[in-house]
Design a protein around this ligand. Structure first.
Ligand SMILES: *Cc1c(COP(=O)(O)O)cnc(C)c1O
Length: 366
C-alpha cells in the first residue's frame, strides 16, 4: 500500500455514520441551498472564535477574494503578504485587481518576517495579509501597530491554522477579517470544497453576504455592486458542523503525531519545525528541511512513501506572476527554502504503526 502525506479514509471509516447522517439530514430538510445547516455552522464557527460574524463561502480562495472586496481593497491598492504560501493567497489578491507586495520569511518559522513589513508599506498599501502557514500564527503585535499607524486593514489567511492560538488568541479573531478554507486536507476539512470569512465588523459582514449572493440583499435585486455566486454548500456545512465539535480532538491528534516525529527524528540532520514563542501550533503540515531534499524524497518513493513539497515554487517566481516583475533573487530566504523543504505524512488519523514505518524508512535513508 502506498503511503501519502494525507489520507482521509481512516477518519471516514470511524466517522462514516455521522457523515452519512449529515448528508441525510440535509437531503431530508427540504432546503438544499443557504438553509439551516449553513446558518447554524456560521453561528457555531463564529462562536468558536469569539467573533460576531461568519459568512460561509464556497472555498478558501473566494474567502480571501470576497474578504478583500468587503474590506474595500481593489484595483490600485497594494496588499503586503508573503511568497512562501499556497498560490491561492496571491491569486485572490490578483483577482480583485490589487497588487501583492512580498516580504521575505523568517528563517526559523518560514512565516512572514514582520520586521520587513514597514519597509514594504507605500502610500498605496491598504491591507496586511499575514498567512498563518503550516499551522502556526504570524507575530501579530507588530502588524497591529503598523496597521494602526498607517490606517491599514489586516486580513488573516487562516486556511492552514484552524484552532491555532497566538498568545492565547485564536487564529481568525485577530484581524479585521479572517479567511478560512475547508478543503478536505485542512485541519477542519469538508468532504469537498468550502470556505468562510470571519469578522466582527457588521458592515463588512453585510458586504460579504451580498458578495457571495450575486450582490443581493434580497432575492432578485442587486443593491450596490454585482457580486458572485460563492455560497457554502448546505451539505458541506452540515458535515462541517459535526466536524467542528471534533476540531480540538483533531488538533490534539495532530500534536501527538508531531511529537512522535520530533522525538524520533531529533539528532538526525533534518531541520524540524520550530514553534515561535506564544504560539500553539496545530501542525497542518509537518515541514522539515534538508539540503539533499530531492534525493531523500526519491529514496522514500522507492519504499512507496510519497512525500510532498509545500511549496516547491515561491509564488513570485511562477510564470503566471511574471507581470509582478519580481525575478529570482528578490526574496532570498523564501527561494532557498523552496529548494530544501518537504512535508512528512501528517493527518490526525495517521495510524501509529504506519508512522513508525515512515520514521524507520526515513532514518535509514538519512
Ligand atoms: C488551501 C489554501 C488556500 C485556498 O483554499 P481553497 O479552499 O483551496 O481555495 C488559501 N491559502 C492558503 C494558505 C491555503 O493553504
Amino acid at each position: 500500500m502506498p503511503t501519502h502525506v494525507w489520507d482521509y479514509l481512516p477518519e471516514y471509516a470511524t466517522e462514516r455514520a455521522d457523515i452519512m447522517d449529515a448528508v441525510e439530514t440535509v437531503f431530508r430538510s427540504g432546503r438544499l441551498v443557504l438553509g439551516p445547516s449553513v446558518h447554524s455552522f456560521e453561528e457555531e464557527f463564529a462562536a468558536y472564535h469569539g467573533v460576531r460574524h461568519c459568512t460561509g463561502v464556497d472555498n478558501g480562495t473566494n474567502a480571501i477574494k470576497l474578504a478583500l472586496q468587503a474590506l474595500g481593497v481593489g484595483p490600485g491598492d497594494e496588499v503586503v503578504t508573503v511568497s512562501n504560501t499556497a498560490a491561492p493567497t496571491v491569486v485572490a489578491i490578483d483577482a480583485v485587481g490589487a497588487t501583492p507586495v512580498f516580504t521575505d520569511v523568517h528563517p526559523d518559522t518560514y512565516l512572514m518576517d514582520v520586521s520587513q513589513v514597514e519597509a514594504a508599506i507605500t502610500p498605496r498599501t491598504r491591507c496586511l495579509l499575514p498567512v498563518h502557514l503550516y499551522g502556526q500564527c504570524v507575530d501579530m503585535a507588530p502588524l497591529e501597530r503598523l496597521a494602526e499607524a498607517h490606517g491599514l486593514v489586516i486580513l488573516e489567511d487562516c486556511a492552514q491554522a484552524h484552532g491555532a492560538r497566538h498568545h492565547g488568541r485564536v487564529a481568525g479573531s485577530m484581524g479585521h477579517a479572517a479567511a478560512f478554507s475547508f478543503y478536505p486536507t485542512k485541519v477542519l476539512g469538508a468532504y469537498g470544497d468550502g470556505g468562510a470569512v470571519l469578522t466582527s465588523d457588521d458592515e463588512v459582514d453585510r458586504a460579504l453576504r451580498r458578495l457571495r449572493y450575486y450582490g443581493m440583499e434580497e432575492t432578485y435585486y442587486v443593491v450596490r455592486t454585482p457580486g458572485h455566486n460563492a455560497r457554502l454548500d448546505e451539505v458541506q456545512a452540515e458535515i462541517l458542523r459535526r466536524k467542528l465539535t471534533r476540531l480540538d480532538r483533531y488538533v490534539a491528534d495532530r500534536r501527538a503525531v508531531a511529537a512522535r516525529y520530533a522525538e524520533a527524528l531529533a539528532g538526525t540532520d533534518l531541520v524540524l519545525p520550530a514553534t515561535a514563542d506564544g504560539n500553539e501550533h496545530v501542525h497542518y503540515l509537518y515541514v522539515v528541511r534538508h539540503p539533499r531534499r530531492d534525493a531523500i524524497i526519491e529514496a522514500l518513493r522507492a519504499h512507496d512513501v510519497h512525500l510532498n513539497i509545500s511549496y516547491p515554487w515561491p509564488v513570485h517566481t511562477m510564470s503566471g506572476f511574471a507581470h509582478l516583475g519580481l525575478g529570482p533573487g528578490s526574496l532570498p530566504v523564501t527561494e532557498a527554502l523552496a529548494g530544501e523543504i518537504f512535508s512528512l505524512p501528517m493527518y490526525p488519523s495517521l495510524p501509529a504503526g504506519l508512522q513508525e514505518k515512515i520514521i524507520a524508512v526515513l532514518r535509514g535513508v538519512l
